[in-house]
Design a protein. Structure first.
Length: 97
């Protein structure tokens, strides 16, 4: 899978995040309605938030954020934070109906 990296400046769960890494997984089924640009807008909606991890490993915390509202449409985003790092990895995103 192809991954793309973008700079950001947001605070999530009390930590400053400087980079977003977007996995191309969403392109398999959702490329008609999702783009890197839209995902970056959704990531901005996380700014200032505190989120509970759905699962954790030694290195990563995994999150699902549902009902992200952008331009009147709802989205779900699956993302992760690598512990002790300053980036968010977006695994998948799609529009909710």
């Amino acid at each position: 899978m192809n991954r793309r990296t973008y700079p950001v400046d947001i605070k999530v769960n009390g930590h400053r995040v400087k980079t977003v890494i977007i996995d191309s997984h969403y392109e398999l089924k959702h490329s008609a309605t999702i783009s890197d640009k839209l995902i970056l807008e959704l990531v901005q909606l996380l700014d200032g938030g505190d989120f509970a991890a759905e699962s954790t490993t030694l290195s990563y915390e995994y999150y699902t954020t549902d009902n992200l509202l952008f331009r009147g449409k709802r989205y779900r985003m699956i993302w992760l934070i690598e512990k002790n790092e300053l980036f968010i990895g977006v695994i998948n995103a799609y529009r909710r109906r």
